[in-house]
Design a protein around this ligand. Structure first.
Ligand code: NAD
Length: 486
């Protein structure tokens, strides 16, 4: 029976309604959390609004110390956080170790970046003038996160938002709220009351009133395209600041000069990490026709060797999908593609001995094309569709043939091809030979329907600061260009 986190302590919903959180590997109930509604949203937003003047008025050095303290607490509590994340989200323990380390480091990174500058001095238009910008916080920020990286995607929002002087109301996914509540209780409790509040509940019941609340100035959201569009429409009447990180359909191009065994390992990792449930998962693969059978055989052999299991079980490479709804979508994409002429080379079914969890044996398909849903819509699961190309320019054109533009990967050692790829492909992140590796200083985000915001880096801090330009003339004499004109 977990409580929410309000004003630096436990908080319950007005109605007392609760929802269950389950382990996706076996369906076991892990815990229950409050199901917040609009009346709770009012209370949580009021707490953050009350904390804003003092927090935004504190000096950057003080906020930096607080953020470093959060990072320290996360390292002290890492074992519990990793186990909880593995249980509620499902991916293997080793991937959650990385998620927690990344998240703690994000707080350290923004602690320092946040005290580096708060604007710029600009060249004045006249010798009597002084011009500068001030980077100021927005106020109360709603941080709405998905289930696939519950702590990392929260850290990418919370750390820069707090460093900039905002206060926050967090709404984690209803599928994975436990790790965010644990984080609040054990790692955020040293913050002044109300600076961070965590509200649990569904998108329609808790998320929508939070987005529409008049005291929420900015919304930082990571999730699906459909929800992002809904949030944008709810925020439009009040012209709120929107920070949207949406879905993708990332391509990987394997160049002719790549080595099949190495390519197979890079591709399997980038397509199957977190059971293919990464916004930047490789979801479309383009292989050279001249070497198609070598690349395909190496991939199929490698994928067949991967082990499915509970994320806490030693030796597990791939855990379950988050739940039945997401599994059904992968199944539909694979079945439709095969009905339209694609060949299923391995996997593509549920395991023979059911565990009660949402497991799916990773599918590799060949003979796909862009008329199929599996090459156009986000699949978000363990399926690897392979399409052959003849010329490298054709591969670049195919990579660009998508409504999304989150990430794109290339496997090659040829500098000519590499340059053509990073210049020609429209995506927020381009990975050469090392798919899915992020960098604290490297802005992460999308183009087109993936949303145009950026997390991480200087850009990730500026998303949570609004810019004020101050034009100051020391002279109080009337200007000769003022009225009257004659
Ligand atoms: P989702 O859109 O269903 O939910 C995300 C969050 O929004 C949850 O907290 C949910 O409760 C909330 N929500 C749902 N409806 C809402 C509404 N009407 N108003 C306000 N809040 C609402 O997404 P998901 O299934 O949790 O996550 C998977 C999606 O997230 C995929 O599409 C994936 O590509 C995307 N994603 C993107 C990135 C990125 O950085 N671009 C990273 C991870 C995941």
């Amino acid at each position: 029976m977990k409580s929410m986190w309000l004003n630096g302590g436990p908080g319950d919903s007005v109605s007392g309604a609760r929802t269950e959180v389950r382990d996706p590997a076996n369906g076991e109930i892990l815990d229950t959390v409050p199901a917040a509604r609009a009346e709770d949203v009012d209370v949580f937003v009021a707490a953050a609004a009350k904390a804003f003047p003092r927090w935004s008025g504190s000096v950057a050095n003080e906020r930096a110390e607080r953020l470093h303290q959060i990072a320290t607490r996360m390292r002290e509590h890492q074992d519990a956080l990793i186990e909880l994340l593995t249980r509620e989200e499902g991916k293997p323990r080793v991937e959650n170790e990385e998620e927690i380390e990344w998240s703690a480091n994000t707080f350290d990174y923004y602690a320092e970046l946040g005290r580096h500058e708060v604007g710029q001095v600009l060249p004045p238009g006249a010798s009597t003038q002084f011009n500068f910008t001030l980077k100021e916080p927005y106020g109360v920020v709603a941080c709405i996160t998905p289930w696939n990286y519950p702590i990392m995607l929260l850290a990418w929002k919370l750390a820069p938002a707090l460093a900039a002087g905002n206060t926050c109301v967090v709404k984690p996914s209803e599928l994975t709220p436990l790790s965010s509540l644990y984080l609040a209780e054990h790692c955020l409790a040293d913050l002044p009351p109300g600076v961070v509040n965590v509200l649990t509940g569904t998108g329609p019941e808790a998320g929508e009133p939070l987005v529409a609340h008049p005291s929420v100035a900015a919304i930082a959201f990571t999730g699906s395209l459909a929800t992002g569009q809904r949030i944008a429409s709810l925020a439009a009447p009040q012209m709120k600041k929107l920070h949207l990180e949406l879905g993708g359909k990332d391509p990987m191009v394997i160049a002719e000069d790549a080595e099949p065994e190495k390519a197979a390992r890079a591709l399997a990792y980038s397509a199957l990490l977190n059971c293919g449930q990464v916004c930047t998962s490789t979801e479309r693969v383009y292989i050279p026709r001249s070497r198609a059978s070598e690349f395909t055989e190496a991939l199929v052999e490698h994928v067949r060797s991967l082990r499915l299991g509970h994320g806490l079980q030693a030796g597990t490479d791939i855990g379950p999908m988050i739940d039945e709804r997401f599994l059904a979508k992968v199944e539909a994409h694979v079945e439709e593609a095969t009905a339209q002429g694609a060949r299923l080379l391995t996997g593509g079914q549920r395991p023979e001995s059911p565990t009660g969890g949402a497991f799916y044996v990773p599918a590799v398909l060949s003979g796909v094309d862009h008329s199929m849903r599996i090459m156009r819509e986000e699949t978000f699961g363990p399926a690897i569709p392979l399409m052959e190309y003849d010329a490298f320019d054709e591969a670049i054109a195919l990579a660009n043939d998508s409504q999304f533009g989150l990430g794109a990967s290339l496997l090659s050692s040829d500098p000519q091809r590499i340059k053509r790829f990073f210049q020609g492909v429209q995506a927020g992140t381009i990975w050469i030979n090392d798919p899915l590796t992020d960098n604290y200083a490297g802005p992460f985000g999308g183009m087109r329907l993936s949303g145009g915001s950026r997390e991480l880096g200087q850009e990730g801090l500026d998303e949570f600061r609004t810019t004020k330009h101050v034009h100051w003339d020391f002279s109080t004499e009337p200007k000769d260009f003022w009225y009257p004109y004659d």
